[in-house]
Design a protein around this ligand. Structure first.
Ligand code: ZN
Length: 231
């Protein structure tokens, strides 16, 4: 199918105001999945620019008619996943907290695996594109940006769509460092960033049994599930 313009009017009932205009400059050889590849975390897909503006629709120009406006529901569930390589010479920032460790996440932004994952979960619940499209990493505006900026924008979109956080459950997967001494600080900070009561924000951590890149301390990953409730 020739590249078509899909107007993703999240005029949809769910997003009445924010306008995120997403333009695809993909070449014909690039499929839709390439166009939608995450950008905050990996910088290998310089095919999208996002011009966020204050208006009332989400316009997606892409090669797929698959996206449809999100429906108004009393509850909406979203899932987020993120993974970063651990490399020496970078700070390890998790949930906005600087964790002392000999390695950190290599990324365009501050590489905060937990906050990226939470943002994707909220965007997913709202039926919006992923964090890489909203904050493309080829945009110098986001270079080195603290991921709290992304969380605040996701929370703003959530409220604008008429939802509030019901609860959030996140799981961090890493072999080292041990997170137990930092978990409560991370959870408190995440609650603050979300503007949520800490009782609805849960954080778990587990190792990867010393197998694969996660278990060999070469990467760190996170999963998050959120429940949004209509205000
Ligand atoms: Zn990330």
């Amino acid at each position: 199918m020739a590249a078509n313009s899909l107007i993703f009017a999240a005029t949809s009932s769910i997003l009445a105001k924010p306008m995120i205009k997403i333009q695809s400059f993909a070449t014909p050889s690039l499929g839709f999945s390439s166009v939608l590849a995450p950008r905050v975390c990996s910088h290998k897909f310089p095919v999208l620019t996002v011009a966020a503006a204050a208006s009332s629709a989400v316009q997606v120009e892409a090669e797929s008619p698959a996206l449809k406006p999100a429906k108004v529901l009393p509850f909406r569930v979203g899932h987020g996943f993120d993974l970063h390589r651990l490399e020496p010479g970078y700070p390890l920032i998790i949930g906005g907290i600087d964790i002392p460790f000999e390695k950190g996440c290599e990324a365009h932004s501050d590489g905060d695996v937990l906050l990226h994952c939470v943002v994707d979960a909220i965007l997913g619940a709202l039926g919006l594109p992923d964090i890489g499209q909203i904050f493309p990493d080829n945009d110098p505006k986001w270079k080195g940006a603290p991921s709290s900026v992304f969380i605040k924008e996701a929370v703003r979109l959530m409220h604008e769509a008429g939802y509030e956080l019901g609860n959030l459950d996140a799981t961090l997967i890493l072999q080292r460092p041990k997170l137990s001494p930092h978990k409560e600080t991370i959870r408190t900070n995440l609650s603050l960033l979300l503007g949520a009561d800490p009782s609805v924000v849960n954080l778990k951590a587990k190792t990867h049994e010393k197998v694969d890149s996660l278990g060999e301390n070469r990467s760190i990953a996170a999963h998050t599930v959120v429940l949004l409730m209509r205000k």
